[in-house]
Design a protein around this ligand. Sequence first.
Ligand code: ZN
Length: 264
Amino acid sequence: MKRIGTPVEPPCLAAWRDEHPDATWDEFRNENRDAPNGQRGCAKEVLETLIHAQRGLCAYCELSLREVPSHWPQVEHWHPKDPAQYPGHNWGLDFSNFMAACEGGEKAAPDLGRSLPPIKKTKHCGSAKGNEDHTAVLLDPRRDVPQTPTIWRFDPNGGIAVSPDAPQAHKARAEQTITLLNLDSPVLRRLRKQHWIELENDVQSVWEELGDSEEGYRSAVAKVTAERLGLSPEGRLDQFWSTSRAFFEDIAEAWLAEHPEVFA
Ligand SMILES: [Zn+2]
């Protein structure tokens, strides 16, 4: 979980909500699908706005939100949206309550390595969080996660833990966030371990290109750091961004000090 930006609400959602103040999220989504001629519906505009603000990453686990085209990512409601359980405010249509999240390890097919049986134990993100109100104990990636220092520690086996260097004020909620969102799920650990190996291979192959010297190694690390942490021309970030940040350690922190745009 990295610090993410807060997007501006699409006017089409505000207009629909004005007309249907008590409607549910499902009603909004069903009535605002893409038109048969392919014209984008407001439901997709909402989701794409969130994905863009999050630089293409799941707000919780940092999986890429376009790798499974047949399973469009979910609009995650930070505060539960059930009007029967939480009357008084329509959380289902409150844009400030939305984030984009991955499928949470729920989908077994197509198998791109993003789910692992038993699903009940390995699911994560919104799927693990369920409909409980955890807003007081979870870290909110839009407000609570600091840009610096990083509050997470990753290991070469893909495990995530709270960094001993995390600010004291964040530690208890960071622990709860890992537990309640199951961010140390075996399926995420497996994917982050693969990511770690990719980073090692990237550095190795760029080092070989640049020459087998200490100078060449430093240049290779600097080059791969910028590639892995920087924004693509489309404004997206590489998945498992915080794992890359941990991998490159001080080089990453020095690079980030010059590139605050990755948090906006
Ligand atoms: Zn996720």
